[in-house]
Design a protein around this ligand. Sequence first.
Ligand code: AMP
Length: 400
Amino acid sequence: MKKTVNDIQVKGKRVLVRCDFNVPLIDGKISDDNRIVAALPTLRKLIADGGRLVLCSHLGKPKGPDAKATLAPVAERLAEHLGKPVKFLADDAVVSDAVREAVNALKDGEVALLQNTRFRPEEGKNEEAFSKDLASLADVYVNDAFGSAHRAHCSTVGVAALVGESAVGYLMEKELKFLGEAVDKPVRPFVAILGGLKVSDKIGVINALLEKVDKLIIGGAMAYTFFRAQGYGTGTSIVEEDRIDYAKEMIQKAKDKGVELLLPIDTMITKEFKADAEWQCVDADAIPDGWQGLDIGAKTQKRFTEALQGAKTVIWNGPMGVFEFPVFAQGTLALAKAMAELDATTIIGGGDSAAAVIQLGFADKMSHISTGGGASLEFLEGKKLPGVEAVNASTPKAGV
Ligand code: AMP
């Protein structure tokens, strides 16, 4: 087990906390502050323990200093949530002499926020210069940014090796507990539901989950590549031609492993990709030319819901259809409802499935909604997450 914020002494120390403040902005305003709220338990604990908090995060994908990607709105919103000032150290270099001075002037329990870590070109390449700069602000390093843990960047990996003591925050701990237990010792029956756009994004995870689950349910656009693997026509549905053979292999692998693989038996189809398009529901092998599948059908909803009954662990990644259009959100809604009613550990694997479950009003009915889409997929694939591995992994280098 990794050390957590419960295991470290922070009183009077400068604590560099890598948060995930990558919040959506519309016209410079935060449109959803879930990620800020998710960071609060760790921050409150460190404040109560008398740490001098230096927070850092990336926001968006700027390729250097970019006023549109400033963390200023995050500082403001965070201060509201914490009920205390957050000093925003707005420096395009992220770390500078002035920033160091401000950090060294912090008193116990005070909070400062650095500028967007991606303003520094070294960040994405995990180059030492920026890792050293970050380490110069810290006596202790805490990583609570699960959503970035699959990336080896300066603020998630490089700096951890340079600071004497490190730990994970509560959010990271919770993610590792739920996802880790599901992967390592799931209470069975263990069912995984995969949907979303592309088979190619989920190749690793389909393959890995077939080693572990009792049932694998596949919906979303991904399912049409599996339709083709079964010899069905798919009209204008999204199909990855170069993954049809892979889908065949996975169908065979499920048979070999004794895993029940459930694919849609009917589908909602339309001629136009739009919210108010006319639609029909047809059997999986009856999609006419010129029609596109945008959701699972009613028979499939029933079949998938039945397959979930009695499950004790369920992991879901990827919506069953184009849930952004209410008429094609029905499959996703049916599965969210079915999951919400189970007496099971229910885990939503971040990204669009998390957005769908929150949007459809089932967030508080799930055991855990992961904050990291990419990170949770890599974790389920069995990959080691560099941002997790780096915490209490190394001895500090001299001279920092
Ligand atoms: P992902 O990021 O892979 O989880 O994919 C989520 C996206 O897949 C959402 O924006 C959905 O609208 C989209 N999606 C799901 N099912 C379909 C479908 N049948 N056709 C087109 N897009 C779909």
